[in-house]
Write a protein that binds this ligand. Structure first.
Ligand code: ZN
Length: 70
């Protein structure tokens, strides 16, 4: 019986969106949503000071399906 190395080491990529406030140091990271893009400013208001939120960055992180080794 063959074990396929491609499927046993499969990695998922999860896309994350970093949201920041234009007025303070508030930062929040959430899952990427359709229509997100860097510097988009329709993210609502900062929970700390009511400032405008914008998307500071979008990145992908690996989601390892096997147990983590450190
Ligand atoms: Zn703020």
């Amino acid at each position: 019986m063959y074990s396929d190395p491609m499927s046993s080491q499969q990695q998922e990529l999860r896309v994350r969106t970093v949201v920041k406030c234009t007025r303070c140091d508030y930062t929040n990271t959430r899952d990427f949503k359709d229509g997100d893009y860097v510097l988009k400013t329709e993210e609502g208001q900062c929970p700390k000071d009511g400032g405008e939120l914008y998307i500071a960055g979008i990145y992908a992180e690996e989601v390892k399906r096997e147990q983590q080794r450190k």
